[in-house]
Design a protein. Structure first.
Length: 125
């Protein structure tokens, strides 16, 4: 039976680590989302955690600079009022929290306004 190694629950489990036994069998250790979130928060508060998060953010920003620029430009124009953010999803017409999807980051002001569920579907394709 799979259980979280910290709180012993059986819901929302992910593999935390694995080890190979002398018999050749692989043993997995599981952790639930709640315990993993607490562990990650504690790690980010340590000096090593802060340093590693800074490195990861810097690396991501350097790699995806065009994407970051497109987001910043769109957010600016929405905040100033040049672009009005709709209340409904352009794909499923649901009235929920709306996000801007950039099909082309070179055209930062041309976005599709979609809900989180539809936005996820765009990236899944």
């Amino acid at each position: 039976m799979k259980k979280c190694q910290h709180c012993k629950t059986t819901k929302d489990l992910h593999i935390n680590s694995k080890s190979k036994l002398k018999s050749g069998e692989i043993k997995y250790r599981y952790i639930c989302n709640t315990c993993n979130t607490e562990r990650a928060r504690a790690y980010r508060k340590t000096e090593i955690g802060k340093k590693n998060v800074y490195k990861a953010v810097y690396k991501s920003t350097k790699k995806h600079w065009l994407k970051m620029l497109a987001r910043q430009l769109l957010n600016y124009h929405v905040r100033v009022g040049h672009i009005k953010k709709p209340k409904t999803c352009s794909k499923c017409k649901k009235r929920t929290k709306i996000e801007g999807h950039h099909p082309d980051h070179k055209k930062p002001l041309k976005v599709k306004w979609v809900c989180r569920k539809c936005h996820y579907k765009y990236y899944k394709k």
